[in-house]
Ligand binder design. Structure first.
Ligand code: CIR
Length: 260
């Protein structure tokens, strides 16, 4: 059961956030409205929110997920692979210190964006897929795996450097619970996922793969009716949310919160 989330609304200079997309400049007012709806969905799913102030020193700071990995034992501070995002970790650590006695950190020369980490279960135990990407290097994946072992968890690496159109592992992968992994076609044949039941995302709906299971609900991006219908058929209650202004900056539903 998830009970808490940390969120941060985008700042006025959100348009300066990093992107690999060619979808135009975000509309700030619309981004704020979409963020309000997102927060409402988290609350409806039973989470109590810690809302951080927008931070204009870091135009990407609304994507709080990348700054830390929070597990049900301990939290690990990430070390973002984009230099402009490194400073985002400090304010998140202040909040997490209030909850966890001890925080571990990914250390230089390692880099790790927590958007590259997908928590699942395997044989009843916490199991983590760690993406090696443009943002997370091998050293980062290895440092994280060591911390996870020390908590009694297992992990596997998934190299996504050759996969087009995804920034992070979770841009193309999500865990629904019930041993089910949502996966885009270009990741579906990875050996690492063989023990899971795969829910395939249709071609053209890849953005929808970044969905978030929260207690009794699954948050999905609006505009992907086939995928949403597929989830409903599997018995999930969905909440669909407009995400256009975050998609313009490579962001998805999971990126906008840290949930625990
Ligand atoms: C970035 O390039 O870092 C941000 N514009 C997007 C981060 C998305 N985060 C995520 O997928 N966890």
């Amino acid at each position: 059961m998830l009970t808490k989330a940390i969120v941060r609304a985008p700042g006025a200079n959100y348009a300066e956030a990093l992107t690999t997309m060619d979808l135009g400049a975000p509309n700030y007012e619309r981004a704020l409205r979409q963020h309000v709806a997102y927060c409402w969905a988290l609350e409806r799913s039973g989470l109590r929110l810690t809302r951080l102030e927008p931070d204009e020193r870091f135009p990407d700071a609304t994507f709080v997920e990348d700054t830390a990995l929070v597990t049900n034992r301990e939290a690990i501070l990430a070390r973002p692979g984009a230099a402009s995002r490194l400073g985002e970790v400090e304010s998140i650590s202040t909040v997490l210190y209030r909850v966890f006695h001890e925080l571990h950190s990914i250390r230089e020369p390692a880099t790790l964006d927590a958007g590259d980490v997908c928590e699942t279960e395997q044989e009843g135990k916490n199991h983590f897929f760690i993406g090696i990407s443009q943002r997370t290097n091998e050293e980062g994946a290895q440092q994280l795996a060591k911390w996870l072992v020390s908590y009694g968890f297992t992990s596997a690496f998934v190299d996504i450097r050759g996969v087009k159109n995804i920034l992070h592992l979770k841009s193309g992968l999500a865990y629904l619970g019930d041993n089910r992994l949502v996966v885009i076609d270009s990741l579906a044949d990875r050996n690492e996922f063989r023990r899971h039941d795969l829910v395939h995302v249709n071609a053209g709906e890849e953005y929808a793969a970044n969905c978030v299971r929260l207690n009794d609900y699954v948050l999905v991006a609006a505009g992907y009716p086939n995928f949403e219908a597929q989830l409903r058929k599997l018995g999930y209650q969905t909440i669909s949310l407009e995400m256009s202004e975050f998609q313009k900056k490579d962001g998805g539903l999971s990126c906008l919160s840290l949930r625990f």
